[in-house]
Design a protein around this ligand. Structure first.
Ligand code: HEM
Length: 341
């Protein structure tokens, strides 16, 4: 089990990233309210595919908790019963968590997929935590951090429910995103602890400080990016559906976000050159450069070319991968202990 632990932890990491991808897909397609309830979807474990399934009809058996849409209102079955020839309101109660009562099968299934991937990632983290007991004697940190990840995944699930019940409150969505990055960071740390490889990189104090600085810049850029997203969401909420109008009069956060990417780029170009010049061996900096390039291109595409299909999802997912790689490079850049030097 101990031998396989790094593979198990890496699988958990990939699954967490898949949740981020699924979340981006939800955002891109506007499917966040595809399931009005949580954890079930319209009261079903496998959600409906047709509006007919959410419509009252005579001689149909309903189970407690199942939902119908009647006169643009969500109604929940109070008990298990079979309908008669006329609608009997005493079997139904109004859904009170919110009043969003639209059924769009595509949105429902995308949101459902998001939840399935979330559950799978939760399971992956749980398996990692069980496997981590093998390290209890040798390195308690690995076990404790693995269980912390399980706890944080549970918190993410709970927060996911809060996001739905608040009808996609932007602050809650942002916390959801930050928490996902924290989970990524902790799993990367666990992987590093469980597989202490001989250093493949040359330690350089200035380089490490700059790496930390560039990670901080990325985090600030992500935080500003979520502000831009909130401003865009606000437009959509106000009924501006044409994406060409979303950034017509952009908020200040957009200009800061756009200009800040120049600083992000410059610091990383400096790191890239330093790594090459001194042959430090940080090969992942090439990935960082490539991702920043695509971030800037997808950002420009959204802002000036009318949010092309997929650009929002690419922008969001790559920002989280950028964070992961930069964090891993910091973990790699460890000061050699006197025994190894
Ligand atoms: C290092 C470079 C960049 C990083 C790491 C970054 C990161 C992010 C992040 C994390 C978000 C929030 C996404 C979400 O919560 O759904 C965001 C949103 C956004 N960013 Fe960037 N960004 C970068 C560069 C740029 C550039 C250069 C532009 C434009 C010229 C840009 C335009 C936007 C826009 C328009 C949004 C709102 C997207 C939406 O509504 O889905 N970004 N960015």
């Amino acid at each position: 089990m101990k031998k396989h632990f790094p593979t198990i932890a890496k699988t958990a990491l990939v699954l967490v990233y898949l949740v981020i991808v699924a979340g981006a897909l939800v955002r891109m397609t506007g499917s966040g309210m595809g399931c009005p309830d949580w954890p079930k979807c319209f009261g079903y474990y496998i959600p409906p595919t047709d509006l007919k399934e959410l419509t009252w009809e005579p001689n149909r058996t309903f189970e407690k908790g199942q939902v119908i849409i009647k006169e643009e209102t969500l109604l929940v079955a109070k008990d298990n019963f079979t309908t008669q020839s006329t609608f009997d309101a005493s079997h139904w109660e109004k859904y009170t968590k919110h009043d969003y009562a639209i059924f769009n099968p595509l949105h429902t299934w995308i949101e459902y997929l998001n939840r399935l991937v979330g559950a799978l990632a939760g399971l992956g983290c749980f398996v990692m935590a069980i496997a981590s007991f093998k390290f209890w004697k040798e390195n308690k940190k690995i076990t404790l951090l693995s269980w912390l990840v399980v706890f944080m995944m549970g918190f993410q699930g709970w927060l996911g429910a809060k996001v739905v019940y608040s009808v996609l409150n932007p602050i809650k969505i942002t916390i959801h995103m930050v928490m996902a990055l924290v989970i990524v960071a902790v799993i990367l740390y666990i992987i590093q602890l469980a597989r202490p490889k001989l250093a493949v990189v040359t330690y350089n104090a200035t380089f490490k400080k700059l790496l930390l600085f560039s990670l901080l810049l990325t985090l600030i850029q992500v935080a500003i990016g979520t502000q831009v997203r909130q401003a865009v969401d606000e437009q959509v909420k106000n009924g501006v559906t044409a994406s060409i109008l979303w950034l017509q009069n952009p908020s200040v956060s957009f200009y800061i976000h756009r200009s800040f990417s120049i600083l992000v780029l410059l610091v990383n170009v400096y790191l890239f050159n330093k790594n090459r010049k001194f042959n430090l061996g940080f090969s992942k900096i090439n990935w960082v450069m490539g991702i920043i390039g695509i971030e800037i291109i997808s950002g420009i595409a959204m802002a000036y070319f009318d949010f092309p299909f997929g650009s929002q999802a690419i922008h969001l997912v790559l920002a989280s991968i950028l964070f992961g790689i930069q964090f891993y490079m910091i973990l790699e850049s460890k000061k050699p202990s006197p025994a190894n030097s």
